[in-house]
Design a protein around this ligand. Structure first.
Ligand code: NDP
Length: 279
């Protein structure tokens, strides 16, 4: 029988380190500040923003929210981003996705200064990730590595299979695992016979948004499973992995809820603090 990773405990330990860094900044008169732009009516987004606000308060970070009206033009949003880029009290800017469909997400993300791009989606930060130099790492992938690091894994030569290739999870986490010397296979909706790859995985990261896509016959004995999915089924939140069945076969698995989602918010806070430190 495997173990469900206690992600809450990992996050609590990391918060202690982070509070110390925030205190050091405060002694220098710097309060790390995050600006959040939201342009949607999405309930899940509102809940993410509430969680972010709560952790900002807990760690002593400042957060300012810009809730945009539905008829806002792209030019007005770009002007707001530009003023936040020039505001010296703001260290980090977050565009809460999704946004109203008439706005061009990529144009707005490109406008955010790479130095304030807390999600690490600007091409400059993604390029740094590709070449393996220090930049801002997207929050969910960074959080996944925090969880894996806490298990003291020797990454070199491990087969890591990532199911999903989105720009916010699948692609960056594949790159991070490659940078850590894993042998990486990235699967997606056009992959033929998914099971033949997932069964090879020492580390399996699943980010598809398909409830219980991964069943116990698809995983390797003693492997590590990171379930990124957050799906609502019959009023319950479930992941992309059939946790209870898979648990009987693997070494470790992350829970859903209270799994990767917790480290995503933690990584965001880490990125804000890092940006304030390097301002
Ligand atoms: P996207 O919808 O952007 O991407 C889903 C990916 O899954 C795509 O690459 C898609 O392939 C692939 N996929 C779909 N169906 C299959 C299939 N049958 N077999 C293999 N691959 C498949 O989702 P996100 O990456 O944004 O999110 C994925 C999940 O993670 C969602 O449940 C989301 O809610 C959750 N999430 C959780 C976070 C957290 O903090 N815990 C943060 C972000 C997301 P293709 O590219 O070919 O379409």
């Amino acid at each position: 029988m495997g173990e469900i990773i206690n992600v809450s405990k990992i996050v609590e330990c990391k918060k202690v380190e982070l509070k110390e860094r925030v205190n050091l900044l405060k002694q220098k008169g710097i309060i790390p500040k995050l600006a959040v732009i939201s342009a949607n009516h999405d309930e899940a987004s509102k809940s993410y923003i509430r969680n972010k606000r709560k952790m900002c308060e807990e760690l002593g970070l400042s957060q300012e929210e810009y809730v945009l009206r539905e008829d806002i033009t792209l030019n007005e949003v770009l002007k707001l981003v530009s003023s936040l880029n020039n505001d010296k009290s703001v260290h980090a800017i977050l565009l809460q996705l999704p946004i109203y469909s008439h706005l061009d997400e990529n144009k707005i993300l490109m406008e955010i200064s790479p130095k304030k791009d807390v999600d690490g989606f600007h091409p400059l930060n993604l390029g740094k990730l590709l070449i393996g130099t220090q930049g801002i790492i997207p929050c969910t992938p960074k959080g996944i590595i925090t969880i894996l690091d806490s298990l003291n894994i020797d990454y070199a030569g491990k087969v890591a299979v990532v199911v999903g290739r989105s720009k916010i999870v699948g692609k960056p986490v594949s790159q991070l695992l490659l940078n850590k010397d894993c042998t990486v296979i990235t699967c997606h909706s056009k992959t033929n016979d998914l099971k033949q790859y997932t069964k090879m995985a020492d580390i399996l990261v699943v980010a598809t948004g398909i409830p219980h896509l991964i069943t116990s016959d698809m995983v390797k004995e003693n492997s590590i499973i990171i379930d990124v999915g957050i799906n609502r089924v019959n009023g319950k939140i479930v992941g992309d992995v059939d946790t209870q069945e898979v648990l009987k076969k693997v070494k470790y698995i992350t829970p859903v809820p209270k799994g990767v989602g917790l480290t995503t918010v933690l990584s965001l806070m880490e990125n804000v603090v890092y940006m304030a430190e390097s301002f």
